[in-house]
Ligand binder design. Sequence first.
Ligand code: ASP
Length: 314
Amino acid sequence: MTFTHRHLLGIEHLRAEEIVTILDLAEEYVTLNRAAEKHGEALAGLTQINMFFENSTRTQASFELAGKRLGADVMNMAMQASSITKGETLIDTAMTLNAMHPDLLVVRHPHSGAVDLLAQKVNCAVLNAGDGRHEHPTQALLDALTIRRAKGRLHRLNVAICGDIAHSRVARSNIILLGKMENRIRLIGPPTLMPAGIAEFGCEVYDDMEQGLQDVDVVMMLRLQRERMDGGFIPSEREYYHRYGLDAEKLAHAKPDAIVMHPGPMNRGVEIDGTLADDINRSVIQDQVEMGVAVRMASMDLLARNQRALRGAA
Ligand code: ASP
């Protein structure tokens, strides 16, 4: 098996063949999830704790369902209500939970690097469910699976990632993954929303949607991450929509069969036109949600196998 990691902390640590291993296993879980009986045994007897220090709808629900479908005991920690609000540090909380012997810890945190730090302190598998603007590996994997199913391949595609690149962990993980799979990536957005050191990403950069979208196969839209902005990055939402919001007119510059993606939550009428987002002939946004459960099942299954192998060897 070509996946030997203890944790899933970022796409940056994965090789192309490991990405393919996760996606191939996720395909099997897509089939299981569409069956009438959805139960697998891969995580039977294991305990999964979800610790979300930042709000989440899709990711938390998806990890919870993924764990339950594979037979794990799943606990969601309500972090707002926990001792964190009483001043306990992230590491103290993690150590407390560690003492309860979880096997899988799914963590989202507003600070980049916090999940890596935590992984060094606990002795179970840690999955990064989004850390600051750093990485969101399962999002990039579910996006990759969605693209592979829609386009029949995951290489030599032209992919446009549009909008608030600077604050987006989704963009970062996707840029790394799509780069490892040898795709051409274009980043489109206002210069104020491009990250520093953009040249190192090896992507083409545009500040004009019509030029940037020319002949692309995939259009990935991003949410404006207001919670991570500490100043005026855009003139107004109306102006932003006019220049960078995806609508049918702008999409007409992409290939006729280009797909439209968005990780959610969407700001309709800010970065994307609501009708286009709901157009099942162009938008694969609901497929992304479906693939999310399968990819999380596959990721936790692989980590659990490695954990068992490690224990067996000890
Ligand atoms: N849900 C994604 C994330 O957690 C994207 C977003 O919030 O805009 O990063």
